[in-house]
Ligand binder design. Structure first.
Ligand code: C6P
Length: 406
């Protein structure tokens, strides 16, 4: 079957515009991707017809809104093949999910001189919450190194797993390099020593099918806005047995069973971790984004985006003075690069002037920039709606930059 690219592009109204009189080429999808009509319409229909607070009212709208919110949970559960909807906690995004785990699982299970093992390619969201926990508890953050291709040095990683390791927390796919980590191997090695594993799935989830039971990860976290859904909604998956042992995170409405001034008791999963009125409409729209992705199929999307990556990489290699940052054998649809004599921010500004949106900066992964000894990179990141023709325009624009300024 041919990939329905025309139909897909028509579903994303924002793509049809011009920027500086040139057709928009949106290649900043790793930062946040665009939304299809199906998600936009779901959001506006929900506010027009069904909106109310949830889990509280007996009136029709409240029941309708509650049903749609819980249906979204069921869609997420099926999308990542969780065992139960109790394992799906709605949060603001990846960042909040990791902070939640650090402050609940971490505070309860990780003490002085215990170790948390991460990798050198983590996003700040999978570094700073652990540093905060270490400051609070006296635990130690261990960092497994990467090589010049941007791959985890697996043997070094394994040798850092010790009797003191209480959690392994690694990125599934790096936002700065595109590297896809050997997560099954990592999980098996950690589980052999009874250590739970958290996967930061922020970048992986829009690019591949994720099956948390097959992976056997203990936690999997991601953000809706990188999955064609609105910002402000994300998911924390955790194995039920583990979530049950964890203390509550925030206290407030909806997470309690009983409250008196002497003592409060807490609700069961997943509500124990969802204090206060949640982001109702965006959760429902996350469900619509998942429906949309399912109509195309994650495996189909993965194969298409891989073709884009291979195509872009081959073209980039032909440009003199362009260095690809992150050349792992296992990679997702991200191309980070530098150009001789042109600062990445200037690349970003100059590409914008011809309608091309990329990200330039440290990508919230400063240690990765330090490792490669660059202040920043330019990053083109591809989504299900990008085309080879767009990559041609990008590469021609980069070649032009090199001719004029390089
Ligand atoms: N990376 C990027 O341009 P939030 O902001 O909570 O939705 O996601 C944080 C996050 C965590 N882990 C990884 C691997 C990520 O890529 C991100 C977000 C964006 O690369 C914004 S910095």
């Amino acid at each position: 079957m041919t990939y329905p690219i025309e139909k897909i592009r028509a579903d994303f109204p924002i793509l049809a515009q011009k920027i500086h009189n040139k057709p928009l080429i949106y290649l900043d999808n790793a930062a946040s991707c665009q939304k299809p009509n199906q998600v936009i319409d779901c959001l506006s229909d929900f506010y027009r017809q069904d909106y109310s607070n949830i889990h509280r009212g007996v009136h029709t709208l409240s029941q309708r809104a509650t049903d749609k919110y819980e249906q979204a949970r069921d869609k997420v559960k099926k999308f990542i093949n969780a065992d139960s909807e109790k394992e799906i906690i709605f949060v603001r995004g990846t960042t909040e999910a990791i902070n939640l785990i650090a402050q609940t699982f971490g505070r309860a299970n990780i003490g002085k001189n215990d170790e948390i093992l991460i990798t050198a390619m983590e996003h700040h969201s999978n570094i700073v919450p652990w540093q905060m926990l270490c400051q609070q508890t006296g635990a130690i953050l261990k960092v497994a190194p990467i090589n010049k291709q941007g791959e985890l040095i697996y043997d070094k990683f394994e040798s850092l797993i010790s009797d003191k390791t209480k959690l392994v927390s690694v990125v599934h796919m790096s936002n700065a390099l595109g590297t896809v980590n050997p997560v099954k191997k990592i999980i098996a090695a950690a589980h052999a020593k009874n250590i739970p594993v958290l996967l930061d799935g922020a970048q992986a989830i829009p690019h591949m099918s994720v099956d948390v039971q097959d992976l056997d990860c203990d936690f999997y976290v991601f953000s809706g806005h990188k999955l064609y859904a609105p910002s402000g909604i994300g998911v924390l998956y955790g194995k039920q047995a583990l979530l049950n042992t964890m203390p509550a995170y925030q206290g407030g409405g909806d997470m309690i069973r009983t409250v008196s001034f002497e003592k409060s008791t807490y609700s069961t999963l997943p509500y124990k971790f969802e204090a206060g009125t949640p982001n109702i409409a965006d959760t429902v729209a996350l469900g619509a984004a998942i429906d949309y992705l399912n109509t195309v199929g994650m495996d189909t999307i993965a194969a298409y985006e891989y073709e884009l990556l291979i195509y872009a990489t081959a073209k980039a290699r032909q440009i003199g003075g362009l260095t690809i940052v992150g050349d792992a054998a296992e990679k997702g649809a991200i191309l980070s690069f530098t150009l001789d004599k042109i600062h990445p921010h200037d690349i970003g500004t100059m590409l914008d002037s011809v309608g091309i949106a990329i990200r330039a900066g440290h990508h919230c992964a400063m240690p990765v920039m330090d490792f490669f000894n660059v202040p920043a990179t330019a990053r083109a990141s591809f989504a299900m709606y990008n085309t080879k023709a767009e990559i041609d325009v990008l590469m021609e624009a980069i070649q032009e930059l090199m001719t004029v300024f390089g």
